[in-house]
Design a protein around this ligand. Structure first.
Ligand code: SAH
Ligand code: SF4
Length: 390
């Protein structure tokens, strides 16, 4: 099979220069850039550190949506800020709430592009699933997002903005942090491949982890990647968050079709990189995501191969029942099959939680996120047949 992969990391990165007529957004700037921005508007040098701390706290602790709210800044300084900057979140187009409490936000960003973020409440935590790109260049055959053209990378402001919007909606500002948090975990499992937008994802996550702001621990942030090997190494060094790998197949032949980036970075190379991921231990395990596709990747032999392949890596296997979407051409494995597969993985000593589909009634489950842009591509059915034929 010839590779037709459009692998073009970072080419779509939006330059961070201001768009004409639009005031620069203070959301998404690192502290150093915020300092520079304040210096440029004439803030006295000796005040800058304090002003950065104040503005940071207004934006990321109190959730301020306008400079007027920043009442510990002098009126004249606030006016200067208003003339020069904005604090802009993505615009909410719709918010849907599922029967199970899952909330899906359809958001619009500069250029009129749309993206989705999903909040999943659980008894002991609340997980916000955020997007890193609009669309995706990769074409994993079972993924709805993969049917969308990559429109562009999201900026740090747009990535952090998804967290701010969820906290606005859940009225979770200026509350004590700790175990009671509503947005207690972030997963980069929404639209897009985060490691084709590593710089912006890193900048956004550094803001989310900042102790004087949103203050999420790096252990509560999980980045899911289809396997962009060189960028996994960088993510480990520069973000240090938890890693999830969209594994989904136990032979290169099958993975080449399901997760086509495998044609570039084979299973052996991917697993070598995983073995070297920083701080791996029993308390910091890699999650291997495995979508259960009927008659494609769900046999006992697959389960045995899987545990052999990852042997030695502190890991858990997250079994994801396939979430169907119109025209996918795949079917979800039967529950009995999923259980049998999970048993084998479990007996080999790996936790194998089955990811309960959440928000299905609002198309908020894994791989169902997409906006309106469509891409013509080889039908998933045809590709599924290719897998079976191998
Ligand atoms: N691009 C990244 C992160 C987004 S996808 C990645 O691929 O890892 C988040 C997870 O949902 C991935 O493991 C992905 O393979 C899985 N997924 C995609 N489509 C799915 C579907 N239709 N049903 C179940 N899981 C799906
Ligand atoms: Fe892109 Fe991830 Fe979907 Fe693959 S599974 S098409 S990498 S979003």
């Amino acid at each position: 099979m010839t590779s037709t992969l459009p692998i073009t990391p970072d080419v779509m990165t939006i330059p961070r220069k201001p768009i004409e007529g639009v005031l620069p957004n203070l959301i998404g700037l690192q502290r150093a850039s915020l300092s520079n921005a304040l210096a440029e508007i004439g803030t006295p040098q000796k005040q800058i550190k304090m002003r950065v701390a104040q503005i940071w706290s207004w934006i990321y602790v109190k959730g301020a949506r306008s400079f007027d709210e920043m009442t510990n800044l002098s009126k004249s300084f606030r006016e200067t800020l208003i003339e020069n900057f904005s604090i802009t979140r993505p615009e909410i187009i719709t918010r849907q709430i599922s029967k199970d409490g899952t909330r899906k936000y359809l958001l619009r960003v500069t250029g009129g592009h749309e993206l989705e973020a999903v909040y999943i409440p659980e008894t002991d935590r609340g997980t916000l699933c955020i997007s890193s790109q609009i669309g995706c260049t990769l074409t994993c055959t079972f993924c709805h997002t993969g049917t969308q053209k990559l429109v562009r990378n999201l900026t740090p402001a747009e990535i952090v903005g998804q967290i701010l919007i969820a906290r606005d909606d859940l009225e979770e500002w200026d509350k004590p942090t700790g175990d009671k948090r509503l947005v207690s975990n972030i997963v980069l499992m929404g639209m897009g491949e985060p490691l084709y937008n590593t710089d912006n994802v890193r900048d956004a996550m550094l803001i989310a982890m900042d102790n004087e702001g949103i203050a999420l621990s790096r252990r509560r942030i999980t980045l899911s990647t289809s396997g962009v090997v060189p960028e996994i190494i960088r993510a480990g060094a520069e973000i240090g968050c938890m890693l999830a790998i969209s594994f989904h197949a136990t032979t290169d032949d099958v993975r080449d079709v399901l997760v086509p980036i495998n044609r570039k970075h084979k299973i052996a190379e991917l697993l070598d990189t995983c073995r070297n991921y920083p701080r791996l231990s029993n308390s910091e395990r890699i999650t291997f995501e495995y979508v259960m596709l009927k008659n494609v990747n769900d046999t006992d032999a697959d389960a045995h191969r899987l545990v052999n392949l990852i042997s030695g890596i502190p890991a858990k296997i997250n079994l994801i029942p396939f979430n169907p979407w119109p025209g996918s051409g795949y079917e979800r494995s039967d529950w009995k099959r999923i259980e049998a597969f999970g048993d084998i993985v479990n007996k080999a000593g790996y936790a194998s939680p089955v990811r309960r589909p959440r928000g299905e009634d609002i198309m908020a489950a894994c791989g169902q996120l997409k906006s309106e842009t469509q891409r013509a591509r080889k039908s998933a059915k045809k590709m599924a047949q290719e897998v079976k034929g191998q």
